[in-house]
Design a protein around this ligand. Structure first.
Ligand SMILES: *Cc1c(COP(=O)(O)O)cnc(C)c1O
Length: 423
C-alpha cells in the first residue's frame, strides 16, 4: 500500500474501487461464490489458486478490513476472527499443541488469563506467567525445551502497564521464539509492535477499532519476520496431511503463519468474522486516528483531575509523569490511550458508591468506545481470578477502571466531581 502515513491508511487502505464500482466497500452478504468450472474450485481447495469460496474461510468485505489493518500494523497479512478471544486462541494454537509450553505476562486481560491458565491446560498446553518487571535472567529461567512463544499486551487491560519491548524482544531473539503482542489498547495509531520487534500482533477489534460498541471481533496480523524454519515449529515446515502434504513455509514463505491460521484453524474451528461486523469495524477504522487523539487527551485531563482530588488514593495512567510506566510510555507509545484506573480512599463499597453516582459515565462491561464508561474489575471482568492472581495483576477492591470517551472533557470531569462529592 503506497507510502502513506498511517492516518491516510486508516481512511484509504484495503479498498480501491474500479471504474463505476461502489465508493464504499459493499457488504458481501453471501456464504458462497460462483465459479465457472469444477476445476477452478478444486484449485481453491488445494490452495493452488487464491480466491473466495466460502465465507467461513474468507470473504471480500472481511478481506478489505484485513488488508487495511495489515497495512496499518505493517504486516504481510491479517486474519479477522469472531472475537478478541478467538484471536488470542488461534494466535497461540497455530504454533503450540498438546505437550507444548509458552510464556505469558501476568498482567494480561482477565479473559486471556483464564483462557491460557485453565482452558489451554485442558488441551495439554501449559503456560508460565511471568512478572513483566522480572529480570531477563528470571524470565529466561521460565523457558523449557518445549517453549514456543511469549505473549504480552502492549498496554495492559486494566493495569495500563506498557510492555518493555526492548527487554522482551532481546529475550525472544535469544530463545528463538516469536513474541505475540495484543495491541488492543493503543491500536496501531499509538503503537506499532512490529516496528518494535514483535512477530505477531493481535487485537480485540471490539474495542477502539470498532470504537462505537457495535461489533465483537478480533484480528491477527503476521509481521512475516519470524524464521519458522529454526526447528521448533514442525507444524509450519513439515507436510500438512490435510492439504496433500503441503509445507506452509515452502509454499507461502513469509506469509506461512497467517495462511496456516486461516486454512487450517479457521477452516476447522470456524470462528471467522462476519461481513457485517467487518463492515462496521472498517467504518470504525476510518476515524481511528482522530478518536485515539481525543481519547488520549481526555484521559490525561481526567487523570490529572483525579490525581489532585482529596478523596482519591491513587491514579494510574501511563502519561502522568509520576506514573511507573511513564518512561516506557514515552518510549513506545505516541499517547496514553483512553483507559485509566484509580483507587478511592475507602472500601470496595465506596468504589461502588461512586460508580452508582455517575450520571454521564455508564457502568458497562466494555471499554474503549466513544462513550465514557466505568467498570469494577474485581467484581466483574476479573471476578474468576483468585485473590492471589488479582494481586499479581494489580487489581485491588478499590480499583475503578475508566474508559474515557470522546465527549467534552469538561462534562466528564464535572460528572466525576459530583460523584466523588457524594462520598
Ligand atoms: C477485550 C479484550 C480481549 C478480548 O476481546 P473480545 O473481543 O472481548 O473477545 C483481549 N485482549 C484485550 C486487551 C482486551 O481488552
Amino acid at each position: 500500500m503506497k507510502n502513506w502515513h498511517i492516518d491516510t491508511l486508516a481512511v484509504q487502505a484495503g479498498y480501491e474501487p474500479k471504474n463505476g464500482e461502489p465508493r464504499i466497500v459493499p457488504i458481501a452478504q453471501s456464504t458462497t461464490f460462483k465459479y465457472d468450472t469444477a476445476g477452478a474450485i478444486a484449485d481453491l481447495f488445494d490452495l493452488k489458486a487464491a480466491g473466495h469460496m466460502y465465507s467461513r474461510i474468507s470473504n471480500p468485505t472481511v478481506a478489505v478490513f484485513e488488508d487495511k489493518i495489515a497495512a496499518m500494523e505493517g504486516g504481510v497479512g491479517a486474519l479477522a476472527v469472531s472475537s478478541g478471544q478467538a484471536a488470542s486462541t488461534i494466535s497461540v494454537i497455530n504454533i503450540c499443541q498438546a505437550g507444548d509450553h509458552f510464556i505469558a505476562l501476568a498482567t494480561l486481560y482477565g479473559g486471556t488469563f483464564n483462557l491460557f491458565k485453565h482452558s489451554m491446560k485442558k488441551w495439554g498446553i501449559e503456560v508460565t506467567f511471568v512478572d513483566p518487571a522480572a529480570s531477563p535472567e528470571e524470565i529466561k529461567a521460565a523457558f523449557k525445551d518445549n517453549t514456543k512463544l511469549i505473549f504480552g499486551e502492549s498496554l495492559s487491560n486494566p493495569g495500563t502497564d506498557v510492555l518493555d519491548f526492548e527487554k522482551f524482544v532481546a529475550i525472544k531473539n535469544e530463545m528463538g521464539v516469536p513474541l505475540i503482542v495484543d495491541n488492543t489498547f493503543p491500536t496501531p495509531i499509538l503503537c506499532r509492535p512490529i516496528e518494535l520487534g514483535a512477530d505477531i500482533v493481535t487485537h480485540s477489534t471490539t474495542k477502539y477499532i470498532d470504537g462505537h460498541a457495535t461489533s465483537v471481533g478480533g484480528i491477527i496480523i503476521d509481521s512475516g519476520n519470524f524464521d519458522w524454519t529454526n526447528g521448533k515449529f514442525p507444524g509450519l515446515t513439515e507436510p500438512d496431511d490435510s492439504y496433500h502434504g503441503l509445507s506452509y513455509t515452502e509454499t507461502f514463505g513469509k506469509a506461512a503463519y497467517i495462511v496456516k491460521a486461516r486454512v487450517q484453524w479457521i477452516r476447522d474451528i470456524g470462528c471467522y468474522q462476519t461481513p457485517q461486523n467487518a463492515f462496521l469495524s472498517n467504518l470504525g477504522l476510518e476515524t481511528l486516528h482522530l478518536r485515539m487523539e481525543r481519547h488520549s487527551e481526555n484521559a490525561l485531563r481526567l487523570a490529572e483531575f483525579l490525581d489532585g482530588h482529596d478523596k482519591v488514593e491513587w491514579v494510574k495512567y501511563p502519561m502522568l509523569p509520576a506514573d511507573s510506566n511513564y518512561a516506557l510510555c514515552k518510549k513506545y507509545l505516541s499517547a496514553g490511550s483512553g483507559v485509566l484506573t484509580f483507587g478511592v480512599k475507602g472500601s470496595a463499597q465506596d468504589a461502588e458508591k461512586i460508580m452508582n453516582s455517575l450520571q454521564l459515565a455508564a457502568i458497562v462491561v466494555h471499554v474503549a468506545d466513544v462513550r465514557t464508561g466505568v467498570l469494577h474489575p474485581a467484581s466483574m471482568t476479573h471476578r474468576q481470578l483468585s485473590s492471589e492472581d488479582l494481586e499479581k495483576a494489580g487489581i485491588t477492591p478499590q480499583l475503578i477502571r475508566v474508559s474515557v470517551g470522546i465527549e467534552k472533557i469538561d462534562d466528564i470531569i464535572a460528572d466525576f466531581k459530583q460523584a466523588l462529592a457524594q462520598l
